[in-house]
Ligand binder design. Structure first.
Ligand SMILES: [Zn+2]
Length: 265
C-alpha cells in the first residue's frame, strides 16, 4: 500500500469518520429513520433538525469551532457529508486533513456532551482539545515528515501497474445492492472478475462502503497486494467526483477505499 495514503490520526477517529461517511452515526435524523421516538432538534443549537452534515458542519455551534480553528474549509458547500469531505480533502495538505478529522471527532464528542450531560463546551475549548489530542498523538507516534514542510504526496504512477476497477449499484425502492470488480494485468488485459449481491444495505453510501470491503477481501485472498508493482484500485463514481488531480491526498481514490485500506493493512 502506498504510504502516502496514510492518515496519522488515532484509530478511533478513523472509525468515527468511517461511521460518519456511511451515515450510521446515531444522529436524531438517523434515529427517526430507525423509528426511534426522539426530538429531531439538534442538541447543540436547539434550533434545527439534526443530521450528520448539520452536526459536523452547518450548525451555528460547529461553524464557530471551524472559524476558531482557522482551517480553510468554510467556503466549501456540499449537499452531503461525503461530498463535503471530498471537497475539503482536495484542497488541504495531509497535516491539515488530520486537523479536520480531529475537529470532526471532537465536534461529535461535544454533541454527545450536550445530548447526554446537558453541557455544551465552549467552541474554543473544542478546538483546543482537538488540536491538543492530535499533537499528542503525532508526538507519540511520529510524523515521518520533516519539520515545517507541507506534505505533498505524489499521485501514484499508473503506467505498468496492475489495475482494479470496482463499482456498486443500489436500488432505492427495493434496497437491492450489487457490486462488480474487474482486475486487469499491467498491459490492460483481463485477469479476473467477481460480482454479487451486498446484503443489508440501507443507502448508496453503505453500498459503496460494503463494495470496498468486498474488493479488499477479494484482492487480499488472491494475494494481489503482493505483486512486484503496487496495485492501483479505482472506484468509478468517486474517481469522477474528485477528479482534477490537484488534490493533496490521492485525488482519484475512493474515500472509502482510502479509509478501509488504512484499517486493513
Ligand atoms: Zn445545531
Amino acid at each position: 500500500m502506498d504510504h502516502t495514503m496514510e492518515l496519522k490520526v488515532p484509530p478511533k477517529w478513523k472509525i468515527f469518520l468511517w461511521r460518519a461517511l456511511c451515515d450510521i452515526l446515531p444522529t436524531m435524523n438517523n434515529l427517526i429513520i430507525r423509528r426511534v421516538d426522539v426530538d429531531p432538534t439538534c442538541p447543540m443549537c436547539g434550533l434545527l433538525h439534526e443530521d450528520v452534515m448539520h452536526t459536523l458542519f452547518s450548525c451555528v455551534y460547529s461553524k464557530k469551532v471551524w472559524n476558531i480553528s482557522g482551517l480553510p474549509i468554510t467556503h466549501v458547500i456540499a449537499s452531503s457529508f461525503p461530498v463535503w469531505l471530498m471537497s475539503v480533502m482536495a484542497n488541504l495538505t495531509k497535516e491539515q486533513f488530520g486537523k479536520i478529522v480531529a475537529v470532526l471527532y471532537h465536534l461529535w464528542a461535544a454533541r454527545n456532551d450536550a445530548m447526554w450531560r446537558g453541557l455544551l463546551p465552549r467552541p474554543n475549548g473544542v478546538w483546543r482539545r482537538a488540536a491538543g489530542a492530535l499533537a499528542a498523538y503525532i508526538h507519540a507516534n511520529g510524523t515521518g515528515h520533516t519539520h515545517g514542510q507541507p506534505s505533498a504526496p505524489a499521485l501514484p504512477t499508473l503506467q505498468g501497474r496492475p489495475q482494479c476497477y470496482f463499482d456498486r449499484g443500489y436500488r432505492t425502492h427495493s434496497g437491492d445492492a450489487t457490486y462488480g470488480v474487474v482486475l486487469l494485468h499491467p498491459d490492460g488485459s483481463f485477469k479476473a472478475e467477481i460480482n454479487g449481491k451486498l446484503e443489508g444495505c440501507l443507502s448508496p453510501l453503505m453500498a459503496e462502503a460494503l463494495a470496498c470491503k468486498k474488493v479488499l477481501s477479494w484482492l487480499r485472498e488472491r494475494n494481489e497486494f503482493r505483486t512486484p508493482k503496487p496495485l492501483a484500485v479505482w472506484s468509478y463514481n468517486y474517481s469522477i467526483l474528485c477528479g482534477g488531480g490537484g488534490g493533496s491526498i490521492q485525488g482519484g481514490f475512493s474515500l472509502f477505499f482510502f479509509l478501509l485500506a488504512e484499517c486493513y493493512f
